[in-house]
Ligand binder design. Sequence first.
Ligand code: NDP
Ligand code: MG
Length: 383
Amino acid sequence: MTKNISLLGATGSIGIQTIDIIREHPQEFKLVAFSAGRNVEKAREIILEFAPTLVSVQEENDAILLKKEFPSIELAYGSKGLIDVATHPDASVLVNAVLGSIGLESTLEAIKQQKTIALANKETLVTAGHLVMAAAAKYNAIILPVDSEHSALFQSMNGEKRSQVSRLILTASGGSFRDRTRSELKNVTIQDALNHPNWSMGAKITIDSATMMNKGLEVIEAQVLFDMPYDDIDVVLHRESIIHSMVEFQDTSVMAQLGTPDMRVPIQYALSYPDRLPRKKAKRLNLVEIGKLHFEEMDFTRFHALQLAYDAGRAGGSMTTVLNAANEAAVALFLNGDITFLKIEDCIERVMDKHTVINMPDLEMILHVDANTRKAVQNMVKY
Ligand code: NDP
Ligand code: MG
């Protein structure tokens, strides 16, 4: 039976690869609604190819423009538009590939409509994991990870008892600067940082990989998704990105999921779950060709952002909201040329130091802390 899909962030890196999978499997998947941000050109291409029922864009003006071109399609915009797409009545699956904590409310609304959520938008789980997981339990909605590490963990636990898992081991490629010392990071440029050795991704997550904050966000994402204590979540540097993560069980057995670094694999698995579908044109893993896989201990002094993420996770409550919002704001400043690379983690640390944790924050409190944190980071560079 065809699964009807709504897609947030269709014009981004994950969004475009989700569309590749939908295109590869026209019998299985149908795109019924999607959102774009400012890339109207790409939105137009997707409309022409898939003729969806509903499209949302970031700005009202762009929605008006597209409505004139496509009068038979429903057009929406802004944060309400994201919710409209996420809760579209024809869709059973929502792929959330929007960037940043802006994806939180639409995820919560989709959960209330009992959609299956294929979640790439990790910031949602970092900023308000407890609200998302509680809502999913209440409304019986399934959340399937798209992030490659979490898909690997999820796949490695298939058919196993969660209570018998003893450790989650996330692998990290190390990002663009894995072979540089901290002092060599002082004068790196935006272009250097955007040059990831293994994965082709959106700008923000590529910077997050270079700072290692991406792995920090993923540690918190793993804690939330699999309810494991931070002491039982490890990160290991694995430069080839072939083992996407591992699960250790109490009998010391370790299960891993392997594959070539291609986000379309975990995206497709989240869409086809519990089935697997063929990928005829995809590159197959050839371990003989690769020859060797390497593993190194994580250096928390070198990758200070990873330490900050563990600290935020252990502090709990609103601290992970602060970590995420500060990181989003600082990375935007770096990409805009306003701060240096090392200043990103410095900004995050300074706002975390000043924050007093609020336990079990509700949605209103999370949005409040998120907005205040962004302002605090922006103010740091003004003076
Ligand atoms: P991109 O920057 O490539 O894409 C982001 C998408 O979100 C675009 O469609 C963009 O629209 C849209 N968007 C951004 N801001 C807004 C806004 N204010 N309102 C509406 N839409 C908006 O990001 P990625 O695809 O790389 O990442 C998306 C998510 O997936 C992130 O949470 C990331 O951490 C996660 N992820 C990504 C991976 C990857 O390989 N890229 C791997 C694992 C997780 P537009 O471009 O039209 O402006
Ligand atoms: Mg990942």
